[in-house]
Design a protein around this ligand. Structure first.
Ligand code: HEC
Ligand code: HEC
Ligand code: HEC
Ligand code: HEC
Length: 158
């Protein structure tokens, strides 16, 4: 499974019907994670793992993809490399009353991750000189997906 870059997700996950998932991500701090580094910092390899997507997994870059297309914390930094699950036959499956689990499992088998708080902490930790503890109410606004299905955010509610 390879990283394909956020633009390829945006082809489908944009616009009104998709509640502007791609557009909202584009305006989020995650999308700016690379451009927010200074010119000097962008040369420090140790910083790029968390400020770009798939940096340490070059063997998993979709053919022809360059660093320019993997800047920032993109969809696949959270949802996993998408070359397989992005295919319409996997993606287009809707959750239905009949067999939601089977459909979810097919997506997972194709590499889709439903990120948990532990996944966030792989980047949100003291290894960054600018580390701030993750405040968990904000992500809902910042990541701004319309209907989170998991309960990763609930455990931290007062
Ligand atoms: C061919 C169009 C298409 C592409 C390309 C695509 N998606 Fe999707 N995706 C969909 C559709 C349609 C759904 C189902 C939406 C629904 O259930 O209402 C979906 C669902 C999802 C879901 C929710 C899964 C679930 O269980 O409901 C995630 C997460 C997701 N896509 C992420 C991505 C990412 C990341 C990429 C890029 C690597 C991507 N998609 C590329 C069409 C696409
Ligand atoms: C690949 C690494 C990575 C992962 C995974 C990741 N983040 Fe981030 N996150 C970042 C970086 C880097 C920034 C800083 C972006 C900037 O402002 O330049 C950031 C910024 C944020 C911000 C904005 C903070 C602020 O001060 O405005 C929030 C909120 C956030 N992340 C929440 C989450 C949540 C929730 C998850 C898990 C679902 C997550 N992140 C997963 C790297 C990551
Ligand atoms: C382990 C992952 C990780 C590494 C490695 C990392 N960062 Fe970060 N960085 C983050 C996360 C997560 C945030 C968001 C923190 C927040 O705002 O809560 C962030 C935020 C930042 C910001 C934005 C601060 C702001 O609010 O505008 C800068 C600048 C930054 N990091 C620089 C660096 C530099 C320089 C390095 C290398 C020396 C580095 N980072 C290495 C994860 C990382
Ligand atoms: C910082 C991590 C992060 C990034 C970046 C991210 N997502 Fe998500 N996404 C999540 C989390 C967390 C959920 C909720 C998962 C759950 O409910 O279990 C989610 C859920 C979704 C869903 C299902 C929501 C619904 O209402 O059906 C879709 C579709 C989706 N993401 C697509 C994308 C696309 C496309 C991108 C890039 C434009 C993207 N995501 C970027 C963390 C992220």
């Amino acid at each position: 499974m390879k990283y394909v870059g956020a633009e390829r997700c945006g082809v489908c996950h944009s616009g009104r019907e998709q509640k502007y998932i791609y557009e909202r991500w584009s305006l989020s701090p995650h999308a700016q994670a690379y451009s927010d580094l200074s010119w000097e910092e962008r040369r420090l390899v140790k910083c790029l793992g968390c400020h770009t997507t798939g940096y340490w997994e070059r063997d998993k870059w979709f053919r022809g993809l360059t660093m320019a297309e993997l800047q920032g914390v993109q969809c696949e930094a959270c949802h996993g490399p998408g070359s397989r699950y992005r295919k319409p036959d996997v993606m287009n499956l809707k959750f239905t009353e009949e067999n939601p689990l089977k459909q979810r499992n097919k997506k997972i088998a194709s590499g889709l991750k439903y990120p948990t708080l532990d996944d966030c902490k792989k980047c949100h930790n003291e290894k960054c000189p600018k580390y701030k503890p993750l405040v968990i109410e904000k992500p809902l606004i910042d990541i701004a997906h319309p209907q989170p299905r998991g309960d990763i955010f609930l455990e931290n509610e007062p």
